[in-house]
Design a protein around this ligand. Structure first.
Ligand code: G
Ligand code: G
Ligand code: MN
Ligand code: NA
Length: 250
């Protein structure tokens, strides 16, 4: 329970931070945007990764407030970047289940002045399991705002193919477990190629996650994957590192 008290205080104490990981165009290897990744700078535990506290935040009903902070902060940061760059924000299914997510997104855009087309919201298949009219309505309302919707961790959940035509996605993010297996496993390579073709057919952009080697980038580029994300191009970095990263040659 100590953690719960700490997490409740974290927002007020300004202990939440966003790190940003670059997204790279597969053809020119240019920076096209960043994904916002939440960290908790705990006074004693140090930098706590999201997997260690997001689930707790959900259970304790804190994800609404935290998610709202993430949206505002990500949009505020992105508004200071070159206008060609996008920002991606991860959403938890709980943010759809309760609270006014659409209102929060609209407010974050308004406060920051960020062009809605530069904001990408990443959802997981977990959201689509809570397949309610409410979820559908919210996704539709988010599209009306002009933001993009990406399906994160694509390929790891259930029935992903059936969801692709039922929801208004703009992008799929191929889970990094596929990319990791490609070099050793030609069946996985075939699956990845098929998913990128599917993306092209459905007019969805495809991002490959977890690109760690030049060989993976080459294979994925040959498959016409649209974007890369991974340690080969950049790790999640604090905001202070972004200006130098933007002027560096990748
Ligand atoms: O940055 P890292 O690899 O540790 O992130 C681990 C997981 O935490 C990722 O799956 C990511 O989607 C999730 N995550 C990161 N930031 C956020 C956030 O702001 N909100 C939610 N709901 N999940 C996040
Ligand atoms: O689930 P989601 O895609 O939001 O998770 C993003 C997480 O993946 C980030 O927390 C980031 O630390 C991690 N990640 C990003 N690139 C790589 C990579 O090249 N290799 C590995 N192992 N993890 C990565
Ligand atoms: Mn993500
Ligand atoms: Na992912």
């Amino acid at each position: 329970r100590a953690l719960e008290m700490d997490l409740r205080a974290a927002l007020a104490n300004d202990e939440l931070k966003l790190f940003f990981q670059p997204l790279i165009g597969s053809r020119e290897h240019e920076i096209t945007g960043f994904e916002a990744l939440l960290r908790w700078q705990h006074p004693r535990r140090g930098l706590v990764p999201p997997n260690d506290f997001i689930e707790c935040a959900e259970q304790w009903g804190l994800i609404g407030k935290i998610g709202e902070w993430v949206l505002n902060e990500a949009c505020r940061q992105a508004a200071s970047w070159p206008t060609s760059l996008t920002v991606a924000v991860n959403l938890s299914p709980n943010q759809f289940a309760s609270g006014d997510l659409v209102g929060q997104v609209a407010h974050a855009l308004e406060l920051s002045g960020l062009d809605p087309a530069r904001l990408e919201l990443e959802i997981t298949e977990g959201l689509l399991l809570q397949d309610t009219a409410r979820t559908m309505d919210q996704l539709a309302a988010l599209k009306v705002l002009g933001v993009k919707i990406a399906m994160d961790d694509f390929g790891t959940g259930y029935s992903s193919l059936a969801y692709l035509w039922r929801f208004p996605f703009d992008k799929i993010k191929l889970d990094r477990s596929f990319v990791a297996e490609m070099s050793d496993n030609s069946a996985i390579t075939d699956i990845v190629r098929t998913i990128t073709l599917l993306g092209q057919t459905l007019k969805l952009q495809v991002t490959a996650e977890g690109v760690e080697t030049a060989d993976q980038a080459r294979m994925l580029g040959e498959m016409h994957c649209d974007h890369f994300q991974g340690f080969l191009f950049g790790r999640p970095m604090p905001v202070g590192d972004i200006p130098n990263f933007l002027i560096s040659d990748l």
